[in-house]
Design a protein around this ligand. Sequence first.
Ligand code: PEP
Length: 246
Amino acid sequence: MARRKLVAGNWKMNGSRAALTELDAIAQAAATRPGVDVAVALPATLIAPAAERAPALSIGAEDVHAADHGAHTGCISAAMVKEAGARFSIVGHSERRADQGETDADVKAKAEALHRHGLHAIVCVGETLDEREAGHAEAVVTAQIAGSLPDGASGDWCSIAYEPVWAIGTGRTPTADDVAAMHGAIRAKLRELIGGEADRLRILYGGSVTPDNARELLHVADVDGALVGGASLTAAKFVPVIAAAR
Ligand code: PEP
């Protein structure tokens, strides 16, 4: 089945209002490539000004709380990011799983909160280097899928991002064959869990995607796009990644 490619940026804890000028060229690149969906996840403080500056671009959050409101100091809900102009959020990024101890159940609840508010969820999974070297990568990732996939997951509002932890921000990437094998295993797990709907979910690859390797990685079987950290911070690097998706 043909799935539209999705290229999503993740600025992490980087950027400022001044840096939002980068979105102008990114929005222009998105507008001239109607076959590719382009999205940028930003720190919460930048969502509203970014959505105002680039209304045609899909602006999102990097995380949300699973609850709609309440006594959760420092957290932000799906409804709040939606009001600020977000159309999606990343959930379960490995940095949050590691730094904040988020579990699969937490990630699932966050994705379901996004759906309640009409937002798209990008659910991240990925193995550590130790897990890959021990030969457990597929078992770890498919277990994360089983635990993190929101109830009723549909391609209309949910995507998966496979991000090997050892490839994030390191300049290292798996081989195209390894990516194909993992994306195939994820698709098979999704079929087991949600049947034919599995073919409508996009599975993004993330981890050291750059203008140099994007063409190869984005055209591996079952790779439906990319989640891009460092190379999404400037239009000079992100626009060629978007261009490589076609
Ligand atoms: C990420 O943080 O999701 C990511 C893929 O980062 P980078 O592209 O910098 O490896």
